[in-house]
Design a protein around this ligand. Structure first.
Ligand SMILES: Cc1cc2nc3c(=O)[nH]c(=O)nc-3n(C[C@H](O)[C@H](O)[C@H](O)COP(=O)(O)OP(=O)(O)OC[C@H]3O[C@@H](n4cnc5c(N)ncnc54)[C@H](O)[C@@H]3O)c2cc1C
Length: 378
């Protein structure tokens, strides 16, 4: 039996689904339009940490747990001090985001949370088919990763995979005002792999050993790298692990957005909202949901022009180089951070640079691998 017809069904109440629902519920244009958020999870666990950079004050400042204006980048040979100003690098715990957004949405008469797993979206009968019921709607926003992505042969696929330990130490070891974006002093074989360090106090930090590689690896490798980094690089003898985090983020040029149409819009990781060359998507999501809303108000399909083709192309070159010459990651990122100001780097990664600025950034990375990638991905 079919229940009510929702105006929008959002499949997946994770980061993208919740940000989208929040922006829809805050906009009077959508008042009275019923929105169902369907997810099998209650989102009551701290399953990740999100970091992002932004200039000045932002929408999430009240739940930002730490933020930094200074960063470090280490290659095997160089130490770069990064002054982020006018940006700050901000950290949010997922549980604070879920709690905050669900609280606000629970006050909206138009939003309903449904606990179910969607197995299929039938865009002929216009219903999302779940294990517990079917949900008709006039449009579906779907954050599931499409099955054909997993089989796609043409797309370049790199995994950003990591394991993190939040540790506490007896003595003071960290500088809470400086985080480490990438530290290549300890790498796994010849891969693009590095440590990422987010200090919270002088005695507490989150350390994540991270790979950008075409392969995945075993749990014990991350743990060995974390242990070695703590003892050999940080010279810490005594510490205790207070929490752990791990994840795999797709870095790919797969064209997720091609699935968008009048009836359905892919969102989040499943919509290609993760920046292919970095794995970041928290801040991107704010922009994409804003664009969806302006598309709807202008009478376009919601998923129109969500992706900038120019930047997608640059990311495709970069992924191709990483996939084929993975050992070069350290050298490429070193050039990137050495030759460009942080402001330029953040604007480029935020896809806000002009074409002439893009050329300058790309020339700073120049190497034969990029020429090869250019002709392969043309
Ligand atoms: C550990 C980790 C750390 C990350 N850190 C950062 C970071 O620091 N900065 C950054 O910008 N990005 C980061 N990312 C990348 C990205 O921001 C996150 O993956 C983000 O959660 C993606 O949002 P999403 O809504 O697509 O996916 P999710 O937040 O994972 O939400 C997807 C939701 O869909 C639900 N779902 C799945 N299948 C179904 C189904 N069949 N039916 C109904 N619901 C379903 C899931 O239960 C889940 O709640 C991180 C990713 C991971 C994994």
């Amino acid at each position: 039996m079919l229940g009510p017809v929702y105006y929008y069904v959002i499949i997946g109440g994770g980061m993208a689904g919740l940000q989208l629902a929040l922006q829809l519920s805050r906009d009077v244009f959508f008042k009275g339009k019923k929105i169902a958020i369907i997810d099998p999870s209650d989102k009551d666990k701290n399953d990740k940490t999100w970091c992002f950079w932004e200039k000045g004050a932002g929408h999430w400042d009240h739940i930002v747990s730490s933020s930094w204006e200074k960063g470090l980048f280490f290659s095997s040979e160089a130490k770069l001090e990064l002054d982020l100003s006018p940006y700050r690098y901000k950290k949010i715990s997922a549980i604070d985001f879920y709690t905050e957004v669900k609280k606000e949405l629970s006050h909206s008469p138009d939003v309903i949370f449904i606990k179910d797993t969607i197995t299929e979206v039938d865009t002929v009968k216009m219903q999302a088919i779940g294990e517990e019921g079917n949900y008709p709607a006039t449009h579906f926003f779907d954050s599931r990763i499409p099955a054909d992505y997993l089989e796609a042969k043409k797309a370049t696929k790199i995994f950003q995979h990591f394991r993190g330990w939040e540790i506490e130490t007896e003595n003071e070891h960290f500088q809470p005002e400086v985080f480490t974006m990438m530290d290549y002093r300890l790498k796994f074989k010849n891969s693009t792999s590095f440590m990422y360090v987010l200090p919270e106090t002088s005695k507490k930090a989150l350390l994540e050993f991270t790979f950008f590689t075409p392969f995945l690896t075993e749990e014990k490798i991350y743990e060995e790298m974390l242990e070695n980094y703590i003892s050999e690089i940080l010279k810490i003898g005594d510490f205790r692990i207070t929490s752990t985090e791990s994840g795999v983020i797709p870095m790919t040029d797969f064209p997720f957005e091609k699935k968008n149409n009048r009836k359905l819009t892919k969102i989040g990781t499943g919509g290609g909202w993760v920046k292919p060359s970095t794995g970041y998507s928290f801040k991107n999501t704010e922009k994409k949901t804003g664009k969806i809303i302006s598309n709807i108000k202008s009478g376009h399909i919601p998923g129109k022009n969500l992706v900038y083709n120019r930047f997608r192309r640059y990311d495709a070159f970069f992924l191709d180089v990483l996939a084929r010459h993975n050992q070069k990651g350290e050298a490429i990122f070193t050039k990137f951070y050495q030759a460009n100001s942080i402001e330029m780097i953040f604007r480029y990664l935020d896809e806000e640079t002009s074409f002439s600025e893009d050329i300058k950034v790309m020339l700073s990375l120049f190497g034969y691998e990029f020429i090869e990638a250019f002709f392969r991905k043309l």
